[in-house]
Design a protein around this ligand. Structure first.
Ligand SMILES: [Zn+2]
Length: 174
């Protein structure tokens, strides 16, 4: 990633170096030329980007295969939750979303191919806020609360575990 950033900077600097002002004075209009050097840098940049996206895709394939190989009867996934799920500091938000969608679609395809029921939970299904013991909904659950504590039955559970139990019981509403 660092190499990518450096290359991107190099390219924009080269463009900056070669700009020629056009139009009237103080107009801030410039002409940018693409030198051979820039072309070369852009080619290198493209190669790095392609290599990175191959690594990501490879990773998605490995992960989804591992999941499918455990032969579950059913897989339930949640729709994209931008706030809650994307927290990889090294990837831009756009790429994270793109990866997430790719992950879901490949998982769906592999599930179907292996005869595993694949369900996408409704985007508004409160998987985290519902108590998997008694069914009460805890409205004030914050994103930072890593442990779910039920206000009604006092059940205590890891947040993600609680959510996954709820999702495992998810039924599609007709
Ligand atoms: Zn409860």
């Amino acid at each position: 990633m660092r190499i990518l950033k450096r290359k991107q900077k190099q390219v924009s600097r080269k463009y900056e170096d070669g700009k020629i002002p056009i139009g009237k004075e103080g107009e801030n209009r410039y002409k940018f030329t693409k030198t051979n050097n820039i072309k070369k840098l852009e080619r290198e940049l493209k190669l790095i980007q392609r290599r990175l996206s191959n690594i990501r895709l490879n990773h998605i394939h490995q992960t989804t295969t591992t999941i499918v190989k455990t032969k579950p009867s059913r897989i339930v996934v949640e729709d994209l939750n931008v706030k809650g799920m994307l927290k990889n500091k090294h990837l831009s938000k756009a790429i994270q979303e793109q990866c997430f969608h790719k992950f879901i679609s490949i998982l769906e395809y592999k599930s179907k191919f292996n005869g595993i029921e694949f369900v996408k939970a409704d985007r508004f299904y409160p998987s985290s806020k519902t108590c998997s013991c008694c069914g009460v909904i805890k409205k004030d659950l914050k994103l930072k609360d890593r442990v779910f504590v039920c206000p009604s039955c006092n059940a205590r559970m890891d947040r993600d575990k609680n959510a996954s139990i709820n999702l495992s019981r998810y039924k599609k509403s007709a």
